[in-house]
Write a protein that binds this ligand. Structure first.
Ligand code: MG
Length: 160
């Protein structure tokens, strides 16, 4: 078994849609970034890469590369999941925490789980997802950005 941890933060701006785990959440602000800035997909991808000891998404998809401008991060997550499988690992379990003061994300939880599971080729029951606030504390509490962290469990396939 291998465990992986991923974390990401993006700033909120008025000029972009808010995309979290592939869901466009209705709000007056969205996350800034080179890709679609889907902080959840990025955290999960980094957790997978960490568990597989395969670097990070900044190495795989550099933000200096125009190919990834506006990229659908669920597609990048699919590529990462494929990469991890090619290295001999099965994805067993994923758990995600989104830290956002607003908007309320619980109505989108199951759609987000389904999107992440589909991108990784696993069952939604293998994906946990919850959202929390910082009780108004700090930059995240002032809604200057949204953060996500993810933990994954991989199992190395046996060659016996
Ligand atoms: Mg990111």
């Amino acid at each position: 078994m291998r465990i992986g941890l991923g974390y990401d933060v993006h700033a909120l701006v008025a000029t972009r849609p808010l995309i979290l785990a592939g869901v466009t959440v209705p709000w007056d602000r969205g996350l800034d970034g080179h890709s679609d800035a889907d902080v959840v997909a990025h955290a999960v991808a980094d957790a997978l890469l960490g568990a597989a000891r395969a670097g990070d998404i900044g190495q795989l998809f550099p933000d200096s590369d125009p190919a990834y401008a506006g990229a659908d991060s669920l597609k990048l997550l699919s590529q990462v999941a494929g990469h991890v499988r090619e290295r001999g690992f099965d994805i067993h379990d994923v758990d995600v925490v989104i830290v956002a003061q607003a908007p309320k994300l619980s109505p989108y939880r199951d759609e987000m789980r389904a999107n992440l599971a589909s991108a990784m080729g696993i069952d939604p029951e293998q994906v946990g997802l919850k959202a929390t606030t910082t009780e108004g504390l700090g930059a995240l509490g002032r809604s200057e950005g949204i953060a996500a962290s993810a933990a994954v469990l991989l199992e190395e396939r046996c060659n016996c």
